[in-house]
Design a protein around this ligand. Structure first.
Ligand code: IMP
Ligand code: MG
Length: 189
C-alpha cells in the first residue's frame, strides 16, 4: 500500500484542506540547498565556545530540525515559547515566556532560530529578555525575512530567504495551526 504522492508542486496536495496553492514561494529542494548553506555559514561563524541553538516555537520546529543537522560543530538545542500578544501587550513592550529554556544561557553563544521576521516585534522583545541572562553572544537566524520591520533593534545575522510580503504557510509556518507540515513554503489561493 503506497503513500499519497508528495510532489511539492501538486496543486491537489492532500495536505491542503481542499485549498490550492497560489504560488510556491520556496520549494523543498530550494529550502534544502539554502539550509545547507546556512549550516556552513553558522559553522564558520562559531569557531569556538559553547553554542546553544534556541528555537522559537512553534514556527521554527521544522527549520531548526533541518538546520542543526547542517551545523558541523558541537551544539546544544533548546526551545522557548513566547506568548502571543494583542494590542495591549504591544504597547506594554513586554514578552511573556510561556516556556523558558531549562538550559543555562550564561557564557554561551545563543543562536535564536525563528521562522519568519515580519514586524520584528517578537524578536525585539525576546532578545531584550535574553540579554539579561549573561550569554556570551546572541544572534538571530530566520528562515524568512520580509524586510518590512520599521524598528528592528537586533539585526538578523543569518537569513534564509528574503520573503515576499504575502502571508506564507508551510515548513513550520501556519495559518490558524494548519499547514505547518507542508515541505515547501507557499501562499494559498
Ligand atoms: P513579528 O513579531 O511580526 O516579526 O512576527 C513574527 C511571527 O508572526 C512569526 O514567528 C510567525 O509566527 C508569524 N508570522 C508573521 N508573518 C507570517 C506569515 O506570512 N505566515 C505565517 N506566520 C507569520
Ligand atoms: Mg512564530
Amino acid at each position: 500500500m503506497g503513500l499519497a504522492p508528495t510532489a511539492s508542486t501538486n496543486p491537489a496536495d492532500p495536505r491542503l484542506l481542499g485549498r490550492t496553492v497560489k504560488r510556491i514561494a520556496f520549494s523543498a529542494p530550494d529550502i534544502a540547498k539554502r539550509v545547507h548553506e546556512l549550516g556552513d555559514d553558522i559553522t564558520a561563524a562559531y569557531p569556538e565556545g559553547e553554542l546553544l541553538v534556541l528555537g522559537l516555537l512553534k514556527g521554527s520546529f521544522v527549520f531548526l530540525a533541518d538546520l542543526v543537522r547542517q551545523i558541523r560543530r558541537p551544539l546544544q538545542v533548546d526551545f522557548l515559547v513566547a506568548s502571543s500578544y494583542g494590542d495591549a501587550m504591544a504597547s506594554s513592550g513586554t514578552v511573556n515566556l510561556v516556556y523558558d529554556p531549562e538550559t543555562v544561557l550564561a557564557g554561551k553563544h545563543i543562536l535564536l532560530v525563528e521562522d519568519i521576521v515580519d514586524s520584528g516585534r517578537t524578536l525585539n522583545r525576546l532578545v531584550d529578555v535574553l540579554r539579561t541572562r549573561g550569554a556570551a553572544s546572541i544572534e538571530i537566524c530566520a528562515l524568512l525575512h520580509k524586510h518590512i520591520a520599521k524598528e528592528l533593534r537586533h539585526p538578523t545575522r543569518f537569513v534564509g530567504f528574503d520573503a515576499p510580503n504575502e502571508f506564507l504557510v508551510g515548513y513550520g509556518l501556519d495559518h490558524a495551526e494548519d499547514f505547518r507540515h507542508l515541505p515547501y513554503v507557499a501562499s494559498l489561493a
